[in-house]
Every structure is written in C-alpha cells, then in structure tokens.
Write a protein that binds this ligand. Structure first.
Ligand code: FAD
Ligand code: NAI
Length: 475
C-alpha cells in the first residue's frame, strides 16, 4: 500500500482548485481538496464573479426601466426597487452554483477536507487537526483584497467596505465613493449608480482601467461620465474617518490629495468601496515548512507546467503571476492536473481574454496598441490598426446601443492579429471569437473573410478586421 493518502491534494476550491481536482479525478488520480470556506467555488462563486454578475444583471434591468431605455421602445413602466428580492436572487445564484460544485465533487469521488490547510512538510499538510500526505499538492489559495493604509474596511458596518461588503449593502447609498477605477470599482460602482446612488471614483493614475488599450480606457471614461459617474483622477485617498451625522446615522469623511502631492481636500460619502487590487493568499500556509519561497510581489513562481521549485508542489490561479481571472485559474487547473497525470497541459498566457461587465461591456485579448508598438521597438509602422464604431453596426444601432467600438491590432508585415479590443453591449461574448482566431494564429484578413451572421454585433469585429487594410463597408 502507498504511503500517501492521495495522489493529488488541492488546497483551495476556487475556479483554479475545484477544476484541477475534477480533472485530476477524471484522470484516475485519487484526489482531495481542502477548503476552509463553508461552500466550494472560492472567491469567484461566493463573493466575486457570480454574485457581482447577479447584481449587474438585475440592476441593468432596473436602469433600463427607470432610465427611459424601455420607454423609448414603447414599454412604459414605473419600476419600484425591491432590494431584498434583488439580493435574494443573487444569493440563490451563488447557492445553486456552489452546491453544483459539491455535487461534482461527489460525482467524481473527490474528498472535500473541510478546513484551512497548512504545510507541515513538503508532502504533508494539516487540515482541521488531521495530517494528510499527498504525492502531489496543488496550491490554489487565490487572493484577497489589498488593504489601503488609513482606510479600514468594516463590512458589517456597511460604511467602508470591500467588494464583498459592496455586494450586500442593505440600502442604496446616497453617495458612494469608490477608491480605485479598476474592474471591481467600475462594475460595483455601476450597480449602485444604476440603483440610484451618486458615484464618485477616485483613481490614483491619470486614467481608469490600467492595463487596457489606451483608446478603450479613454472611451470607457467618456461613457461612464455620460452615465453620471464622477471621476477624480490622479488623486489618492490618504485617510478615512467615520463621523456621526446630525439627526442620526454615520458617514465616511475621506481625505484626498493629488497623487503628485499638493493640498488635501475632504469628501463625504455614505459608503466607501475600497477596490485598489487584490493580493495572493499565502499567509498561514506554512510555506517555509514546504521549503517554498515567494517572489517580491508575494506570489508563488511556477514553471510553464505549473510546478514550483519544490518537486511535487504545484501552484495555479491568483496565487501565481498573471491576470487574476477565473478562466485563467480554471485553464491552469486543467493543465496542471494533466501535467501531474503525465500528459502535456498547456495554457497560452498570451491569449487570455478579459472582460469588464459594465454597460456597455469592455473586453480585450492579446496586446494593446501601446504594447504592440513597444514590442516592435517603438516602430509605429510595424503595427496596423483597424477600428469600427458600434454606431455603424446595424444590430447595435437598432438596439439603441451606439456606444463603443472594435479595434483589431495586427502585425504590419505578417498581418497576424496581435490583439482585439471592444466596447459593446455584448463585448464579453464577442471577444471569444477573437481569442479563438488568435489561438489559431489568424491574420486580420482571415477574420475579414470569415462570414459573420447578420445582423449581429460580431459583424463589428469583421469590419474592424477589414479596416486594418482600409476596406470596411459600413463606414
Ligand atoms: P479563489 O477563487 O480566491 O479561491 C481560493 C480558495 O482557497 C478560497 O475559497 C479560499 O477560502 C481557499 N483557501 C485559501 N487558503 C486556504 C487554505 N490554507 N486551506 C484551504 N483553503 C484555502 N474573474 C473573472 O474572470 N470574471 C469575473 O467576472 C470576476 N469577477 C470578480 C468580481 C469580484 C468582486 C472579485 C473579488 C473577483 C472577481 N474575479 C473575476 C476574479 C476571480 O474571482 C478570481 O480570479 C478567481 O476566483 C481566482 O481563482 P482561484 O481559484 O485562484 O482562487
Ligand atoms: P484593479 O487592479 O483592477 O484596479 C485597481 C485600481 O485601483 C487601479 O486602477 C489602480 O490604479 C487603483 N489604485 C491603486 N491604489 C490606489 C490608491 N491608493 N488610490 C486610488 N486608486 C488606487 O483591482 P480591483 O478592481 O480591485 O480588482 C482586483 C482583481 O479582481 C483584478 O485584478 C481583476 O482581475 C479581478 N476582477 C475581475 C473582474 C472581471 O474579470 N470582470 C471583475 C472584478 C475583479
């Protein structure tokens, strides 16, 4: 009999960990997964992707009814907000999906070790007082909110909150200040703006959505402003205090300073959302006992196959370098389990789409125009760009969705597509075809000569690809 309790032990049951566990079990490996939360699914299913999308979807309907978009199409309604029911359907979505993972664990005979795991040696962990030894251990412990010094989050009080608190507010704030104009700030800021809050976004940099294509960042900023969001760019929050309000209740008083230094100002808010990024979860894991070191950013470094510097220990998802995205974690989970089983699991990190689920949606894959030019040694002529506005797309126009555009970035010599960026109501769905085309090494001409169904938003990708060579039809 083997000295090991399991072939594979996964630590963390987020999209990285639970998917790795399922694939390992499918490949015939005896598998367990340690998870300290009460439900499986990690950040994504419990307090991330899923509940945020439940609130985004519902609030989108509310705004369509309240903001006149439905009336413009001949549907006259006076909506009344029942926030309790809206939260109820969010909780139902989470319950259904996390329960679904539990079902899949049972179906695949994966043991759920309930508790937080801690290494006691390189092949042994302790979970809920029990020692478990495994031939392979996959670290998939994910990430949590980066704290902001001087701004203390207390989700229970519902005044200074992080994303988890912002999903659960019991009433619509009069004024919400969002610290950080990244993905979380814009998605959850949109939810509460649609439901009636005034939203001010305080961003340290000179533009929102760092890492995205420059045109996308500029256009997105314009669109959000048009929707009523206010932005204080190049500004930092240095302090937050909670003060009592005359007549009862409490407010946050924030101290703001120009990022480059200068005079401070104060800003009052009913709710403050701290969303300045996330950091890897490694505290309390006992990595020293396993002989594992972290890089300067607190992440676990891996090789292409997701093995760490310690043989038998692997790592995936938010805890390793790369974008902190659920689908990246999932794909790494599959590849890692396949590598453990002796197969060749690969993730192409150059083609990981990212989507911001606002209205309209914002999506991109591959290089930004700035990155493509930089990669070409600063030679602008090495990069060709085709753009097509959604205003000229028949379906978007018919649906009263004029905002946004598609941008295809290609190598000037080979015509190979290097990146695709879009702002459109269904950009998150559209970007899949761009990712697939890039995965297959497509040129802009390949996309331009692919027949796209009419009338669809996706035709804008075809036309942007046609624009790379200067020949779109509808502009
Ligand atoms: P996680 O999902 O963080 O899971 C790690 C799990 O490990 C957790 O359940 C934790 O309890 C457990 N754990 C930690 N330490 C231990 C231990 N020692 N022992 C046992 N268990 C442990 N990404 C998208 O792609 N699309 C989105 O729409 C999206 N929306 C988001 C919205 C919000 C509000 C947030 C916060 C994030 C969102 N993300 C989204 C990011 C996404 O949630 C993460 O990228 C993804 O969850 C990472 O998966 P993971 O498996 O690496 O880690
Ligand atoms: P983020 O990295 O997207 O944005 C953080 C923003 O805060 C940046 O614009 C940054 O410049 C700014 N910032 C940093 N320090 C600041 C300060 N002191 N004052 C003001 N601004 C400051 O991080 P966010 O929004 O917290 O999201 C965390 C992660 O979760 C992201 O990496 C993202 O990948 C993931 N996520 C993904 C979603 C999706 O795929 N739709 C949705 C939500 C989260």
């Amino acid at each position: 009999m083997s000295d090991f309790d399991y072939d594979v032990l996964v630590i963390g049951a987020g999209p990285g960990g639970y998917v790795a566990a399922i694939r390992a079990a499918q490949l015939g490996l005896k598998t367990a997964c340690a998870e300290g939360r009460e439900t499986l699914g990690g950040t994504c299913l419990n307090v991330g992707c899923i509940p945020s999308k439940a609130m985004l979807h519902a609030s989108e309907y509310f705004e369509a009814a309240a903001g006149g978009a439905m009336a413009a199409m001949g549907i006259k309604v006076k909506p009344e907000l029942d926030l309790g029911t809206m939260h109820g359907q969010r909780k139902d979505a989470v319950k259904g999906l996390t329960g679904g993972i539990e079902f899949l664990f049972k179906k695949n005979k994966i043991d759920w070790l309930k508790g937080y795991a801690q290494f006691t040696s390189k092949d042994t962990v302790e979970v809920a007082g029990k020692s478990v030894r495994a031939k392979n251990i996959i670290i998939a412990t994910g990430s949590s909110v980066t704290p902001l010094p001087g701004v203390e989050v207390d989700n229970d009080k519902q005044i200074i909150v992080d994303s988890t608190g912002a999903l659960e507010l019991a009433k619509v704030p009069g004024h919400m200040v969002v610290i950080g104009g990244g993905v979380i700030g814009l998605e959850l800021g949109s939810v509460w703006r649609r439901l009636g809050a005034k939203v001010t976004v305080v961003e340290y940099l000179d533009q929102i959505l760092p890492g995205m294509d420059g045109d996308v960042r500029k256009d997105a900023n314009k669109i959000f402003k048009k929707q009523g969001m206010e932005f204080k760019l190049k500004t930092k929050v240095t302090k937050a205090a909670v003060a009592s309000v005359k007549g009862g209740g409490k407010k946050a008083v924030l101290t703001l300073e120009p990022a480059a230094g200068g005079d401070a100002e104060t800003l009052e808010a009913d709710v403050v959302l701290v969303s300045i990024g996330r950091r890897p979860n490694t505290d309390g894991l006992g990595l020293d006992k396993a002989g594992l070191a972290l890089n300067q950013r607190g992440q676990i470094e891996t090789d292409h196959d997701f093995s760490t510097q310690v043989p038998g220990i692997w790592a995936i998802g938010d805890v390793i370098p790369g974008p902190m995205l659920a689908h990246k974690a999932e794909d790494e989970g599959i590849a890692c389990a396949e590598n453990i089983a002796g197969l060749t699991g690969i993730v192409n990190h150059d083609v990981i789409p990212s989507v911001v689920y606002t209205w309209p949606e914002i999506a991109g894959v591959g290089l930004t125009e700035e990155q493509a030019i930089e990669k070409a040694g600063g030679e602008k002529g090495e990069v060709k760009v085709g753009k097509f506005p959604m205003m000229a797309n028949s379906r978007a126009k018919t649906n009263h969705e004029p905002d946004g555009f598609v941008k295809v970035i290609a190598d000037a010599k080979s015509d190979r597509v290097l990146g695709v960026w879009c702002i459109a109501s269904v950009a998150g769905t559209m970007i899949a075809q761009a990712a697939q085309a890039m995965e297959f090494g497509a040129t802009s001409e390949d996309i331009a000569y692919t027949c796209h169904a009419h009338p669809t938003h996706s035709e804008a990708i075809k036309e942007a690809a046609m624009a790379v060579t200067g020949k779109p039809i509808h502009i």
